[in-house]
Structure formats: structure tokens, C-alpha cells
Design a protein around this ligand. Structure first.
Ligand code: AHR
Length: 309
């Protein structure tokens, strides 16, 4: 009888859906919207009870959301941190409550890595390198031509802004043709990308040869600014950006963007699988890196029908 009882209890437990608290950065870009859809769809398909909180790009909202997930005693917490630093205290609280924490998309900067079980997402440094390698090749095809670069950075203090800058600079360093003449945040949004590009154009106008944007949305905003200034984006100013969203493919097909480095937002299915494994006590790798490509304008029309975001 005792055995039958405990197996019934076990079955009841096994049937209970996993509860995940997820704190999202916000809805700042086409990429982010696709990421949210991927997470919500994957949770539904996996039978995961998802408690979703939008932080509207503010770290304090994420900290509040994580504390509320701890108070609700969810089975697992996942989040994409707005910025890299300032997480030690709240992550220690999650650990003390024995709730595993999984990072998706962006990493945190903590001294104790045992505070997070794993990190699923892109290698942002490599994305920056890929963007720069494309530009180095472009410069080789234009020998003797000096290329002044303006850079639109992502959210200040965020992992993709820090890493994409570092990767890009690592590759262009020492190349006499390539020089960053201005750099400023465009906060990963179209509106800010346009606004900052307008300021760059006012200051340097025709001296700008290249725009490196940390995401497609800022590049798309900047394209508008360049057109309004009477110049041709993709020709007068070469544009290199990151993400690979449909809007970037459309811009490439119109000849207004030269290349996009892929950063996949489709992390939902992997996240649900890893969360189930973690809760079941199975070992998971400390870092799960997304596989990605580079799409220059020449392949845009052929690739466009295959794009999922
Ligand atoms: O963290 C991923 C970045 O955040 C994407 O490149 C950008 O579009 C988003 O806002």
C-alpha cells in the first residue's frame, strides 16, 4: 500500500507543469519581439506554465520581477539581463531559495558563476568580429581609400553593446584604412538610431563613409536619417549591422544596407528543454552558444523566404 501511495504521489508530481518566471528586457527592437514570441510559443508547446514580465529596459524592474518569482516559489527563473552588472544580490537570494537561474540572450558579470546554472545565447564578441571582418574585406577591395566609421552602440552597459564593440575594435585595430570617428548609444531602437545618426551627419556629413550599428533597428532608423540628409544609404555610406531581422533583409534588397550579421532570437525551444533538464537534476553545459551566419546584401533576396524572424 505504501508503495502504491508513493507512486501515485510521484505521478501527480510528474504531471505538475513546470513553472518558469521569465523577465524580458522589453520590446525595444524587432529582434526582441521575435524573442518574446519564441519564448511564449515554446512554453506553450512544452507545457510550461510561464510567468512573463516585461522590464521595459529597466534593471530595477527586472530585480523586482525576480524577487516576485522567488516569493511565488517558481521552479525555475530565466531572464535576459538589461545590463551586465549589479546582479549579485538578487541572484544570491534566488540561490538561497534553491531556485535555479538560467540566462538567455545576455550574460551577467558576477564573481560567483555558481549563481547561474547556464547561459544560452549568441557570442556577441564574435558577432562584432564578423561585422569588422566584412568591413576589412570591403576595405581591401577599395585600396588606398580611408574609411571613416561612425558607430551606433546598443544599450549602455549591456553585454551586446560591450562585446560587439570589443569584437569589432579587435579586428579593425591597426588597419590604417579604418577609423572610428564617432561613437554613441542609439539604445537599440529605431527612433534613437535615427536621432543619433542625424547628429553624426550634422557634425561630419560627407566625411562619414561607414556606419556600424550594433543592431538592425538602429541601422534602419539611421537609413531614414541618411535619406533625409539627401544621401544614399548603402552607397554614400556603407552600412554594417547585426541581428538579421526581416526589416534588414528588406533594406538589403532595396540596396540600403550592405550586410547583417545574424543573431538568432529563437531561443525559446532550447530554453524550455534546458529548464526541464535542470529541474529534473540532469547536468547541462555552463554555456550554450547559438550557431549563426553572416548575410551580405548579395544573398538577401535568395535568403529572405527562409527567414523566420
Ligand atoms: O541582446 C540582443 C540584442 O538586443 C539584439 O541585437 C537587439 O536587437 C536587442 O535589442
Amino acid at each position: 500500500i505504501a508503495l502504491a501511495g508513493s507512486s501515485a504521489a510521484f505521478n501527480a508530481l510528474a504531471a505538475k507543469p513546470l513553472v518558469m518566471g521569465f523577465s524580458q528586457v522589453g520590446a525595444e527592437s524587432e529582434w526582441r519581439t521575435a524573442n518574446t514570441v519564441s519564448i511564449k510559443d515554446a512554453a506553450k508547446k512544452a507545457g510550461v506554465n510561464l510567468k512573463f514580465a516585461d522590464a521595459q529596459q529597466r534593471q530595477e524592474n527586472q530585480v523586482k520581477a525576480i524577487r516576485s518569482f522567488i516569493a511565488q516559489r517558481v521552479d525555475v527563473i530565466a531572464f535576459s539581463p538589461v545590463v551586465e552588472s549589479g546582479w549579485d544580490t538578487v541572484l544570491r537570494e534566488a540561490k538561497a531559495a534553491k531556485i535555479p537561474v538560467i540566462l538567455t540572450d545576455r550574460d551577467v558579470n558576477v564573481t560567483d558563476r555558481s549563481l547561474v546554472v547556464t547561459m544560452i545565447g549568441s557570442d556577441f564578441v564574435e558577432e562584432g568580429r564578423r561585422a569588422a571582418r566584412w568591413l576589412v574585406d570591403y576595405a581591401k577591395k577599395n585600396p588606398g581609400k580611408n574609411l571613416n566609421i561612425v558607430e551606433l552602440q546598443g544599450t549602455v552597459g549591456s553585454a551586446p553593446a560591450i562585446d560587439r564593440k570589443a569584437g569589432f575594435e579587435e579586428i579593425i585595430k591597426g588597419n590604417p584604412q579604418l577609423k572610428i570617428i564617432r561613437t554613441q548609444t542609439g539604445e537599440f531602437t529605431r527612433a534613437k538610431g535615427k536621432e543619433v545618426m542625424e547628429a553624426f551627419l550634422k557634425a561630419d556629413g560627407k566625411n562619414i563613409n561607414v556606419l556600424y550599428a550594433h543592431n538592425d533597428d538602429m541601422a534602419i532608423g539611421a537609413i531614414q536619417a541618411i535619406e533625409e540628409a539627401g544621401m544614399k544609404p548603402g552607397k554614400d555610406i556603407v552600412i554594417v549591422s547585426i541581428d538579421g531581422v526581416k526589416g534588414a533583409f528588406e533594406a538589403m534588397m532595396q540596396g540600403k544596407l550592405n550586410v547583417t550579421v545574424e543573431c538568432s532570437p529563437l531561443l525559446g525551444p532550447q530554453l524550455m528543454q534546458v529548464a526541464k533538464d535542470v529541474v529534473a537534476g540532469k547536468p547541462v553545459p555552463k554555456r550554450i552558444v547559438t550557431q549563426e551566419s553572416v548575410f551580405p546584401a548579395e544573398v538577401a533576396a535568395k535568403e529572405f523566404p527562409n527567414r523566420k524572424y
